[in-house]
Structure formats: C-alpha cells, structure tokens
Design a protein around this ligand. Structure first.
Ligand code: LLP
Length: 422
C-alpha cells in the first residue's frame, strides 16, 4: 500500500499536490512518502515484535539521508556496504550499534572506519577478509563482532543479476567450508565470530527459498554449537519482494515472520534483517513530463524527460514499472514504448504500454521506484540527477536538490597543457 493517488487530473503524494510542485521545481523528480516508509517499517517491526530483532534497513536501496533518517526515527538500524554508506547512516542518526557492514570487498580503510564507529557487526565473506579485519581490529584496539556470510546454494528464483545465494555467485563462504571458516575465525585475534549471515537474493516472491535457506542455517547453527562455537547472532539478509504489477500477490511480512519464528524463535540469538526494497520501493514515484511523441516505422514512442539515468531497472533487469498519465487524453489507445532522451536503445522506462496519444508537457508517473531508483542513477549523457522530494502530510521538503552544470563539471579539470593559451 502507498500514499500516492491521481485525482481529477492531478497527482498527490499524501496531501501534497505534485502537479503544482512539478511547475515550480521542474521534472523529472523523485517523490517519497514518509507515511508509506513508516508504514512499511512498522508492519515489519510489528510482525517481529516477540523476537530480539534488529531491522537494518539496507541503505543501498534508497540512500537519501532523509529516507534513512525517517526510518532511523522509527527505530531502524542500517545495513551498509561501503564507507560512504557508513557515513550516511551515521549522519542520518542511525546508532552505530544497529549497523551491520555487508559486502565482499571491504577495504582496510573501510574496516578501520567502521571499527572506530563501533558498529554492531561485520558480515564477513572470506577468510582473507577475516584476516584483514583481525589485523585492523588489533591495530585500532577493537574487537570486531563477526557474522560469517555463508552461501547456502539456494536458487531464490529471481532475476539472474540479483541472485546472490547460489554456488556460482560471488557472495558468501561456500557451504561446505563454513565450519572450517568458523574454526579459523576462532583462532584470530580481536575477532568475535558470533554470527551466521545469509542473503540469498532480491525481489524474492515465494517463501520456499527462504524456508530452505533457514533450515540450512539452523543445521549449521547446531553443528557450530556442537563444535563449541558461541553463536549469538543470526542475520537473515533482505530479499523479500514487492508487487510491481497490480494484482501480483506476494507473501506478507507476517507470513515471512512466521517462517522466521518457526526456524529460530527458540534460539538465544539476536536476529538481524536487512530489508531494502520491501521498505522503500512502494514509497517512491518518479514524476516525468512528455517531451514529444514520435511514430516510428515499427513502434510508437513517447519521449519523456526521465531516462535510464534516473531509472536503470527496466533496461538492467527487464523490470516492469507501472506508468500512469496524470491527465489522460481522449482518443483511441495506441501502443507505445516510453523512452528517455539518452542515446542508447536500452533507454526505456516501459515498453508496449497502451494509452491515447499524450501531449508535450503531460505528466507521467512511474510507480514503485523508491528502491533502486535514484540510488542506481548516473549522470550519463551529462544529465543532472533528478531532485528528490520527501512528503509528510501536507508538507514537502526537497531532500536532494538538482545540481547545476558547474557542480557536475567542477569535479573535472582540463590540464594546463590542453588549455588554449592564445
Ligand atoms: N543485504 C544484502 C547483503 C544485499 O546485498 C541486499 C541487496 C540487501 C540486503 C537488500 O535486499 P532487498 O531487501 O532490497 O531485496 N538493484 C537491484 C537489487 C540489488 C540488490 C542487491 N543487494 C534491483 O533494482 O532490483
């Protein structure tokens, strides 16, 4: 459920009229709804009420500071994968003791920064990474709480580019190597190997892969305890999917929580979850304007001012996003591809959509883009990143302004020898 609606030819986010806003700030822009973000977080937190569960919002899904701060105020922790995300999470008010650090490529500098900050847990993905972390912890006089990310070799049935828990994926420690890795971790100075971590993929629309993975984690937990390890934390990753199409029915947070409880409720462990999409996806829309239409030889195109640079998901994953015209025109519905101005054939927001021909300036809304929308953006074709708006009731704030060209080009320099000296 979300808080966006089209009413009498105008688009509203909660009580804010975005059609009017579009005239003042220009398009394209992202708009996020605080009420939706909060609702998603609360539903999840409520579903896990009886457990010792820390919900670490996966910052990569939508890393806008205001989005993180909205969730932090509800009690969320953060799942981070870089020093930049550590910086963001702390700046947005997430307490360090609710931050977990994931990712296969943590560097020495990143480990030191996270140790200094006092984060809850490092999710470590290899022995080499463990050794580096042990060294950093010794050098800085800290002890690192570690969960070893294991790869349960489960097919989550998701798009191949977002599957993470299969043997051929780069993530985690091979299942059969896991007990040996825990033995190794136990010998390393300044490492407290206290947790098991998994993350089997993203946009998972069926509970069965979670069920298989949780059972494997439970088995590993028993094996490790029998070998004398003191396992006090289980990080179950993120991955629960959201509906991208109307009428798509998915497991609810309650169904998911029931599965977690069956698997782990009796264990004396702190649990972590790392949801990203589930919290942010439906809480964001992209508002864009029609530049012009173009009837090609084989297809009709609506060219809009948002592009793959704002929303990469359609071209990267063949992802479907619902698109609505705010003020539909009269006339016969035609079939259109909705494309951006970027010079790539893959620059599309949606294909084979049906609607009467829109006019230049008409507003189009792209739904379910609060996760992996703005955060995957780029400035390809020297395009300026779309601003981001956060709505709360009848208030709105510009939580990321549109940069100007001087800011964009300001990071670059022309060496003296290339400057025209005449
Ligand atoms: N934890 C870890 C270690 C992850 O790698 C991810 C996502 C998450 C948590 C959050 O997963 P979620 O609950 O959002 O599914 N760009 C892709 C999704 C990539 C997901 C990467 N990892 C997309 O737009 O579909």
């Amino acid at each position: 459920m979300h808080h966006f609606r089209i009413e009498n030819g105008q688009i509203f986010a909660e009580n804010v009229d975005l059609s009017q806003l579009a005239e003042t700030i220009g398009t394209p822009f992202y708009c996020y709804s605080s009420a939706t973000l909060e609702r998603h977080y609360k539903l999840l937190a409520e579903a896990f009420r009886e457990l010792d569960m820390t919900i670490c919002y996966s910052v990569k899904a939508n890393s806008n500071l205001a989005v993180i701060a909205t969730l932090a105020r509800q009690g969320a922790g953060a799942d981070i994968v870089s020093q930049g995300e550590l910086h963001r999470a702390l700046a947005a008010g997430v307490p360090a003791e609710k931050i977990v650090f994931s990712g296969v490529g943590k560097t020495d500098a990143e480990m030191r920064a996270a140790l200094q900050a006092g984060i809850a847990q490092f999710n470590v993905e290899s022995i080499a990474e463990l050794e580096m972390l042990s060294q950093c912890a010794q050098d800085t006089g800290h002890t690192a709480n570690v969960a070893l990310r294991v790869n349960p070799d489960v097919d989550a049935g998701t798009h191949e580019k977002i599957s993470t828990g299969k043997a051929e994926n780069k993530f985690g420690i091979a299942w059969e190597d896991a007990p040996g890795a825990f033995d190794k971790a136990r010998q390393l100075p300044n490492i407290n190997a206290c947790g098991i971590d998994i993350h089997i993929g993203s946009q998972i629309t069926d509970l069965a892969p979670f069920d298989i993975a949780f059972k494997k984690v439970r088995e590993l937990y028993e094996t490790l305890c029998a070998a004398g390890h003191n396992i006090t934390a289980l990080d179950l990753g993120g991955g629960l999917g959201v509906p991208y199409e109307p009428d798509q029915s998915l497991p609810s947070p309650q169904d998911y929580a029931a599965l977690v409880k069956t698997a782990f409720a009796d264990l004396p462990c702190r649990l972590f979850l790392e949801p990203g999409r589930l919290i942010a996806a439906n809480a964001g829309i992209l508002v864009s304007s029609v530049i012009r239409t173009k009837k090609g030889q084989a297809k009709n195109f609506i060219i809009v001012d948002a592009a793959m640079t704002e929303l990469m998901r359609p071209t990267l994953y063949d992802a479907h996003h619902e698109i609505a015209v705010v003020t539909p025109r009269a006339g016969e519905a035609l079939q259109w591809d909705i494309v951006g101005p970027v010079c790539e054939t893959g620059d599309f927001i949606g294909t084979n959509r049906h609607m009467p021909e829109p006019e230049a300036g008409d507003l189009l809304v792209v739904y379910t883009v609060g996760a992996y929308g703005a955060s995957l953006g780029s400035s390809y074709n020297t395009r300026l990143a779309a601003p981001e708006i956060l709505v709360q009731g009848d208030q709105y704030d510009i939580v990321r302004r549109r940069p100007d060209y001087d800011e964009l080009l300001g990071l670059e320099a022309i060496p003296d020898h290339l400057k025209n000296t005449e």
